[in-house]
Design a protein around this ligand. Structure first.
Ligand SMILES: [Mg+2]
Length: 233
């Protein structure tokens, strides 16, 4: 155990691409959209156009599949306005349904690690995204006996984490977050005075979440979630 972490009582865990796979399903949906656009534009342009519309729509509608549906329609309307109609809409909707209803796949060693940590710590999922989508995954994840609560955050800014800490009755210096995204799970937590563990997902490629690691003694980087046991037990 890291002796600097003796005061920690609660562990906050990101969910998408930390506890279970998520980004790969978005990339699959993206590839299907690119394929749908292939008669009109090349792969690169279709993917870029979709990413741009997704960024714009996230600002208005938040994260999740529904926003991706709007982004795909916006991108298709820009790429091939003459072709966009009922047929294309149903194809896009089918891509989004496959994305929204994908089966849930826990990352390796998540269950055993949480089982060990739950003996000593209160575990809370702090995830970001569309509420009904996140709750669907929570209901089918099978981790309910190990995790005390789930918080679906609208965003993950330092202020959002501060609110979460207040709600949980945890002082900022006792706030301990684990996640796969530097921008969402590490930077804002360090900014609000907490501790963060970065567990990169090897195939995670969403540019939106990329950021430089902060230079702080309160950040750890581990390769696999099971290494949390070395830090905390
Ligand atoms: Mg994540």
């Amino acid at each position: 155990m890291d002796s600097r972490l003796k005061h920690i009582t609660h562990i906050f865990l990101d969910a998408d691409d930390t506890l279970w796979e998520n980004d790969s399903y978005f990339r699959k949906a993206e590839a299907e959209f690119v394929e749908l656009m292939s008669p009109y534009v090349d792969e690169y342009f279709a993917a870029k156009t979709l990413a741009r519309h997704q960024e714009e729509n996230i600002k208005v509608f938040g994260y999740g599949s529904k926003t991706y549906l709007i982004a795909m329609c916006d991108a298709a309307l820009e790429i091939c306005p003459e072709e966009f109609g009922a047929g294309m809409y149903s194809e896009i909707r089918a891509i989004i349904l496959r994305l929204a209803l994908h089966r849930l796949e826990l990352m390796p060693e998540v269950e055993d690690t949480l089982k060990a940590l739950a003996e000593k710590y209160t575990l809370i999922i702090a995830t970001k995204g569309e509420s009904s989508e996140q709750m669907r995954k929570w209901h089918i994840c099978g981790l309910q006996d190990l995790v005390s609560a789930i918080e679906v955050m609208e965003n993950k800014s330092a202020a959002d984490y501060r609110n979460l800490a207040v709600k949980a009755g945890i002082a900022p210096e006792n706030f301990f977050m684990v996640g796969n995204a530097v921008r969402s799970d590490v930077l804002p937590v360090i900014e609000m005075g907490g501790w963060a563990v970065y567990v990169p997902h090897k195939d995670f490629s969403w540019q939106h979440e990329f950021a430089k690691m902060p230079d702080s003694e309160k950040v750890f980087e581990i390769e696999n979630i099971s290494q949390l046991k070395d830090l905390l037990l």
